[in-house]
Structures are given as C-alpha cells and as structure tokens.
Design a protein around this ligand. Sequence first.
Ligand code: PDD
Length: 285
Amino acid sequence: MSRTFYVNGEFVPEADAKVSVLDRGFLFADAVYEVSTVLDGKLIDNRAHLARLSRSLGELAMATPASDDDIVAAQLKLLELNHVDEGLLYLQVSRGVADRDFGFPKNPVSSLVMFTQKKSVVESPMAERGMRIVAMPDQRWGRRDIKTVQLLAPSLAKQAAVDAGVDDAWMVEEGYVTEGTSNNAYIVTEDNVIQTRNLGTEILSGITRTAVLKFAKAAGYTVREAPFTIAEAQAAKEAFITSASAFVMPVVEVDGTTLGNGKPGPVAKELRRVYIETARERQNL
Ligand code: PDD
C-alpha cells in the first residue's frame, strides 16, 4: 500500500506529492524542517519540535504556514492514514514559490509538506554494538541553531564517514567538536561528568538534548555544557549522541581510538533506557 503525503493542506499519494521547481526550498535551500519520532503511534516531544520550528521561521523572517494546532491535527491524521506505529514524521516549510531572485518575494506564501517513514527506533543493532565515529572539518554555515535544509556539508561528512567504514562523523571547528552530522555529541569524562557543547550559533539546540540533560541531572549526574576536543573524547570513559530518530546512541570509537572496553557504556545505556521509558509514558506531547 502506498504512503500518503501531506502537501499544503492536501493528503495525497506519493505520485501527486509534488512541489514547484520554483519552490525556494529547491532553488535556495530557503526552507526549515523538523523530524519528530513516532513511538507506540504517538509523537515524542512534538510541541517542543513545533516551538523550535517557530523559532527557525522567525530567525529567517519566514511566514508561519499554519497554527500549531492545525499542524498537529494534520500530523495525527497522516500517522493514522499511514498506520505508523514506530518511525518518524518529517515536516518541511519553505518560503514558497517565486521566480528566481535572491531577494525575498513580495507576498510569499509558505509551503508545508510532511511525510512519514516507518522505522524500528527502539530495537536497534547500533544501540547494542555502539557507533564508530571519525572527525571531519565542520564546513557548515554560521547559523546552525536554525534547522535549515542546507544539509550538503553534513551529508558529505556522513558519506565520507561511511566510505571510511564507520558510522558517522563528529564535526570539528577551531579544534573543538561542534556536533554529529545530524545529532548532538557527548562524552563522559574520567570524573563521571557528562559533557556536551554549550548552545550557541555553532550547534542545533536538540530537543532530545534538552530532555536527556534533564534526565541526567535528575539521575544525579553532573552536566558540563562546554566544548571538548577529539583528544578529550578519545580519553573519555564513554561517549554518545542524541537525536530524535536515534534517541541516545552509544559511541564506542572516536577517530580510530576505542573507548573503554569497546562496548556501549553504562551512562549511555541508562539514559537511553530512561528516555524510551519516559517517552512511552507520555501522550502526543
Ligand atoms: N537531526 N544537530 C543536528 C545538526 C541535527 O540535524 C539534529 C537532528 C540534532 C538533534 O536534534 P533533535 O534532538 O531535536 O533531533 C542535532 C534530525 C534528526 C535529522 O536531520 O534527521
């Protein structure tokens, strides 16, 4: 059975799910997006994703395509139409369609598209074995706090990592790790401190990051929000990443150095378990 897509107010089959070649998302990457995870048929932290979407739109002076309540209603209908129990929901807003011009169109009408992808998010071979990471230069633009669809630099870094036989890249700028290609990066230091880069324009403020740091503090861990180097990551007891689709994913190798005994560490395992348990207790938030 084919999937239903959402395109500007319509629920349509894939063959009809089309945007114009003049869409500014296509021509200028003038678009922002969000990925929410679906677990037990419910969206995890969806309101927080919509709040970040609103912020991204505001930072780019892009019009809001619909109210949050209307977006949520469309999201839930899409999940239902596609019978998604576990996976993700992708949402993208572009500045709309206009003749090609670097300046913004006069009266732009934002476009909103959404689709779902079924995926097993809880059961994960990667969570069992842990990720292997390489370091790559961060070649992205200066406003990584805005979730734009300019994903060529992280896509190239991810592919270079895959070509090198590992799972992902941690991007490095001026000697410090910024984040993963589509996730936030963490280490657990010798003195058991969970360290992740502080928020700023250099990284995306992950919705999963906010949740996981809250759980970590509640569980009694000390959290340090500060940049770290690849050498510090290699000397760490353990490491992990977070993102909507990966939750908490352990890292067992950084740029050729095995961490600890090469197995997922206890902190990452505990935070993954707590994150999934808490998500399961909540309703379409
Ligand atoms: N990526 N940093 C970057 C650069 C990201 O692209 C993402 C998410 C994150 C984690 O954010 P969150 O916890 O809100 O998912 C951090 C999504 C999942 C993606 O592009 O598929």
